[in-house]
Design a protein around this ligand. Structure first.
Ligand SMILES: C[S@@+](CC[C@H](N)C(=O)[O-])C[C@H]1O[C@@H](n2cnc3c(N)ncnc32)[C@H](O)[C@@H]1O
Length: 226
């Protein structure tokens, strides 16, 4: 389905709701312009992955990213590493680059989308970008050679339960190998949050946002893995 066909179908289905969404999209477009990127496009075809449950690229609303930035600042957690699992076209990386992380990495399984993210990272306005370094890794998160410990990990509905269970197991193994470290994890549109909670039954957890723009926060360490 093309993006235009998608929009026309939404207008035909519910014109009032489509008008409200249109206003929201204009706001999002203006924010993209302010940062210097183009993260507006959404995809409809799921990428292939080992878990078989990957979701297509769809950017999280800036409003949600702004809420998360406020929460993150209040934790006082050191802003060393930021990892976006399924980074799409790089909207969260671009937005959070203003916080001044030492190192930011987007992990994206879809090569075409990863390339879109790379182009966006090169376009973030210097006045906005305070990150030490930003890179895009085209890989499946389950096989990627990435250390998640000590990092702020962000994900927005990238995959289903099977991959979330395997990803949680990977985080648990890394935390057990580095018991002095924590992970702050933000999960937008948290459809598989229970899989994470099952793997980390003693984790500090916060449920935030509205019904359509929900996000959850988990503070993970070796002890919270049960
Ligand atoms: C819903 S988009 C989220 C985009 C971005 N993180 C945001 O919040 O705006 C999910 C992305 O995860 C990617 N993805 C899905 N499964 C993945 C996996 N196993 N490893 C890495 N990326 C994956 C998809 O290709 C898609 O671009």
């Amino acid at each position: 389905m093309t993006y235009l066909a998608y929009i026309l179908r939404k207008i035909a289905q519910n014109p009032g709701r489509a008008a409200r969404s249109g206003l929201k999209y204009v706001t999002e477009y203006l924010m993209d312009r302010r940062i210097g990127v183009s993260t507006f496009r959404r995809d409809f075809v799921s990428p292939a992955s080992s878990g078989g449950d990957s979701r297509p690229c769809q950017p999280a609303p800036y409003e949600v990213l702004s809420d998360i930035a406020g929460h993150l600042r209040a934790t006082g957690f050191p802003l060393r590493t930021f990892l976006d699992v399924g980074c799409g076209a790089g909207r969260p990386l671009a937005f959070f680059s203003s916080l001044g992380f030492e190192r930011m990495t987007g992990i994206e399984i879809n090569p075409e989308v990863a390339e879109r993210a790379r182009r966006n990272m090169a376009r973030i306005r210097p006045a906005w970008n305070r990150a030490g370094r930003i890179e895009i890794l085209c890989a499946d998160v389950l096989t990627a050679d990435v250390d998640f410990t000590g990092a702020v990990v962000y994900l927005a509905n990238p995959f289903g339960r099977a991959t979330m269970q395997a990803f949680a197991a990977k985080l648990k193994a890394q935390l057990q190998a580095q018991p002095d470290r924590e992970i702050l994890l933000y999960y937008v549109l948290p459809l598989q949050a229970e899989a994470l909670a099952e793997a980390f039954p003693r984790a500090q957890r916060l449920l935030a946002g509205g019904p359509l723009e929900a996000w959850q926060f988990f503070r993970l360490d070796a002890a919270s893995g049960g």
